[in-house]
Every structure is written in structure tokens, then in C-alpha cells.
Design a binder for this molecule. Sequence first.
Ligand SMILES: [Zn+2]
Length: 301
Amino acid sequence: MIICDTHCDTLYMRALQPNETPCVTMENMVKGGMSLQTCTLFAGSKGMSDHPHDKALAEYAAFERLAEHEGWQKVDSPLEAEEGKVKILLSVEGGEIFEGSVERVHEFHQRGIRMAALTWNNENEIAYPAKGGTENGIKPQGWEILKAMASLKMAADTSHLNEAGFWDLIDRHSQPPMASHSCAAKLRPHFRNLTDDQIRAMAKRGGWIGVNFYPNFLTESGRAAVEDIVHHIDHMCQLGAEKHVGFGSDFDGIEYTPVDCQSPADIPAILDALRARGYSAQAIEDIAGRNFLNYYRRLGW
Ligand SMILES: [Zn+2]
């Protein structure tokens, strides 16, 4: 079975948090049977003013070291994912990395970036974050960046984006958008989670959602287990997103994990829990990875 995950902050940890120990390691990915682990280049928490482009380059250099010394292999196309082999898909998180420049989009595309979260929690040249609650949509300069992304078949990631920006993408972007690491607001009201209307729209538009494993996005109590991840997946399936949902762990970017899902090695426990809920082998393969690859097929890959 092909298993994909659409968000982890391991490269940021490797490059800029040398005292932390990442859980996304080759050993854990092999144990969990991962096929395609998305690793993001994160802009950092301070937004446009704090050299996001330099940070992204430092994280890319961390990837190159992993490639050289630990056999990490990035894909050019997400469709290179295959069963029994771990490969890496690169993304960016925080569109300020592009510095408002179409050339930068091309530059990162050349490095293998195939997905870009338009914002993190700060306003940038493209759009506004969910955190803060402004009602402004995508900026004119943002549409220039989005046009360049679409021409390169680079996925527009709405995780962290505000609602107005989300609906702009649903209504006006030439490609279906995605949310690489977001949960269901119906089950856990939080500005980072998606409303039922957003989830339905994502399915209808041909988009994709990776459910985040961060306990604080999964439950009110902030304690979570595999069952809670499955609860959010199941809720999205019931809204018609069974062909549009999968995993967006956020490993190495979250302060703590569900008790029984602490690294990619534990992903099979989610598949077991889906099975126990009565999900068919087909449906589980969809959620594990096929939905994500089909999303990229819709982008033209
Ligand atoms: Zn994030």
C-alpha cells in the first residue's frame, strides 16, 4: 500500500533547532511503511521581516545533507511514490519565502518544491493568516504568485490561510487547492481547523485535506489518540470527502503527539483503527495515499 503524509517540520528542526530530536527519521519511516513523506521548508515564525528565504535555503541544505549521508531521496513528481520505498516530497510553508517574486517560485520549483502553504500565522505578500481573523482575501500580488504556481502544477496549500483567502481559492484559482495539515472545526473549534462548508467545498472542487495529528487540533482536552485522528478522518468522509482526505501529521512541528501515534512508525495503527471502524481495504488505500496522488493527477501530473 502506498502511504503518504503531507506535512512535517523535520528540516526546520534539523537546520534551526539543533537541540531537538526529530521523530521523522529514515528508520521510523521505513517501520511505518511510508512511501511519500512531505517535508516542508518553513518560513519561520516571524514572517516577512525575519529572512524567511534564507531560512528556507538552510532547510534545503539540511535536506541535501540527509540525501547525501542518509539516503533521503526526493521526487520530482509525487506520482513517483511507490510501495515499500521511502521518498520525500518537498513543500514550503509561509509564502513569504517567495518574497513576492514569481522568479522565486520558479527557483523553488527547480529545487523540487511541489506544494506551497500560502501563509503561516503571519500576513505576507500573498495573503492573510487564519490567526488574526481578517476578512481580506488573496492580494493582487498573491494572484501573480498563484498564477506562477499553477503554471508549474505546484499545489496551493490553504492550511494556516484565513477563510476569505480559502474561498477566493475555491472560487477563482485555476487549480483545486488543498490543506496539507488541518482538522475538522466541527469536532474541535479552532481557527486552524476547517468548517464543514470548507470540507464539502474542498471535496466538490477536487481538492485534498491531510488531517493533522496535533492533539490540540483534534480534541478540546488537548489529549488525543489514534481514535481521535480517525474520528476527524471519518467526519470528513461523512461530508463526502472520502476521496479527498488523508494524513498531514505535522510531526516535528508539534510540541507533543497523540499517545499512540508518536512518529511515522505508528501510521499503521491508524490504518488498523480505520479497519476496525469498518472501512474497506479500498477505502483505506484511498486514505493512506491514493487520494493524495489522485489530487496531483487533477493538477495535471
Ligand atoms: Zn503548520
